[in-house]
Design a protein around this ligand. Structure first.
Ligand SMILES: [Zn+2]
Ligand SMILES: [Zn+2]
Length: 278
């Protein structure tokens, strides 16, 4: 995988990752990465275990800026953040952000994880979606579409994350025309944001997905529309910094992609660069 050698989506102990930022940078450099983008989950008012503590956000920014200096000229390091539509911090100090949807909101104001505990999600579907899994998927895509179109992120995070719990609960048929047209329509509406579509291999590293997000039928459409893609590992543990990259590249080649985008190896030439697939 000499071609990619980058991830614009990694988490550390500043949020829910297992690896400290310095150790993540060192491992990436040892692996030959030319660039690395840190994207801790932005602060939010609930589920503190999965996001930066607001009191540590400045520490996070300072630590990544320090690493940027330490690796200057050897590996380009960028300060990013993965924002959920329910995040509550400012984006102004960040080089870029990833827009993701991780939660549904219940009428009482509490939240349910899209990729959280499957029994909790099942209860949400029964209580708030009339037991209809397809309705839940429709809600998810609608939330993500509104967030991406409204916020104009650099990257669309794990587009069909809703597949995660479907692989356990089988709430709807991912091959069915109704589901597919719903997902395609949501993706199509995000094209105007000019955001890159992330090919996210994180689920492969964590052993619960056999293919990246998003599914191949969506990547096929995105290519036909001329959209740009970026391969990211959504890494929470430095051992898996490039997990699933070979598989992702093979999948993209089979779909006719000839390049991807990555974080630039030289920030002075711009933040993003195109890399040809072999
Ligand atoms: Zn995420
Ligand atoms: Zn992430």
């Amino acid at each position: 995988m000499e071609n990619i050698l980058s991830s614009a989506h990694v988490h550390t102990t500043f949020c829910d990752g297992k690896t400290k930022a310095g150790d993540m940078a060192r491992k990436a450099y040892e692996m030959g990465f030319v660039s690395l983008g840190f994207t801790s989950h932005a602060p939010q008012t609930f589920d503190p275990a999965h996001c930066i503590d607001p009191s540590r956000e400045d520490d996070y920014k300072n630590e990544i800026r320090h690493l940027r200096q330490e690796y200057k000229g050897r590996m380009a390091i960028y300060l990013g953040t993965e924002r959920d539509m329910l995040s509550c911090s400012d984006i102004k100090d960040y080089d870029y952000f990833i827009a993701s949807v991780h939660y549904f909101s219940r009428p009482d104001g509490s939240h349910v994880g899209v990729d959280g505990m499957s029994d909790v999600l099942l209860r949400y579907v029964n209580e708030c979606c009339c037991g209809d899994g397809l309705k839940m998927a429709e809600q998810y895509f609608s939330l993500l579409r509104d967030y991406v179109v409204g916020s104009k992120p650099a990257i669309i995070g794990h587009f069909d994350l809703v597949r995660y719990n479907n692989s356990i609960l089988h709430l709807y048929d991912e091959e069915a025309p109704g589901y597919r047209s719903m997902a395609i329509e949501a993706l199509r509406s995000m094209l105007e944001s000019n955001a890159m579509l992330e090919v996210n291999t994180g689920g492969i590293a964590r052993g619960y997905m056999t293919t990246p997000y998003p599914a191949a039928f969506l990547l096929k459409e995105w290519k036909a529309w001329g959209g740009e893609i970026i391969i990211n590992s959504d890494c929470h543990d430095a051992r898996f910094l490039d997990a699933g990259y070979i598989q992702a590249e093979e999948m993209l080649l089979s779909l006719g992609y000839d390049h991807v985008v990555r974080l630039s190896h030289d920030p002075e030439k711009g933040m993003w660069e195109r890399i040809g697939l072999k």
